[in-house]
Write a protein that binds this ligand. Sequence first.
Ligand SMILES: Cc1ncc(COP(=O)(O)O)c(C=O)c1O
Length: 296
Amino acid sequence: MQGLDLLGKVLLDEGGLIAGQLPTYLGALDAWRPRRPTYRDLVLDAPGFDPIAALAGAQFAYTVPNFSNPTGKLVGLAMRDRLVEAAHATGTWLVEDDPYGTLHYDGAPLPRMIALSGRQGAGKAYDGPVIYMGTVSKEIAPGLRVGWMVAAPAMIAALTTAKQGSDMCTSGVTQRIALAALESGLIERNQPAVVKLYRERRDALCAALAAHLGAWFTWEVPVGGMFVWALARDAALDTDRLWAAALEAGVCVAPSSVFDAAGRNRRALRINFTLNPPDRLAEGVRRLATAVRAMA
Ligand SMILES: Cc1ncc(COP(=O)(O)O)c(C=O)c1O
């Protein structure tokens, strides 16, 4: 999260243009809001999407290629290649925010954009336009507040200066805990169990959605990450209102409007499946269905 803030400090002018994958992670929108940026929507699966036109002139482009927050979508290899080519061609920084990359439930992981971008420079320090962001939050503990960025040396130098102005440095205690966890192989040991648990929860949520909400919503089963993005069949179903009704019914989901800087999309919901066991997910969906019926 701090990396997103630092990017804003280093790259964004007041009112500057961000080419942002839409819908966009709410935390990123919040991090950049103080600079009152303007947004150009990156709708990567829109017919005729042209990455060069989309990136040209922006202060940076922001993407979450692995199982985006909020949609859970995976950006395919061909589009990763096209975005990287566009970043090289336009000189626009391309941010690859990757907290969910290892939470992969079906199929093989795809190469990171920073790896695609660095292909020609093997053996040398990476000096391209991709800025990669990772974190221990999803695999070890969000409470550690430890993450990292990989980018060209000049960009890392600018980000380091900005970070020193924010907090001097990340706590040495939490960095050492994270390092010990990484070096001990904790992630590799836990990973199969985590993936199995989350896959079961994803399947339980999708089964409950099919049983109770199929008449009102459509969704794709995500191949990784933490979220299902449910789109209302009826464009008039207002998910801001549904969110409030759902809270009344005792279930918490996120309405799509918060993932758009302009708050335009009020037709979808982000539903998390990693936090709760299958029985609670099923109960949550039943409550959500009750809220939908009450609104209909
Ligand atoms: C896309 C995305 N980026 C960044 C973050 C922030 O992660 P961290 O806990 O490392 O600050 C999150 C957390 O949910 C996220 O979904």
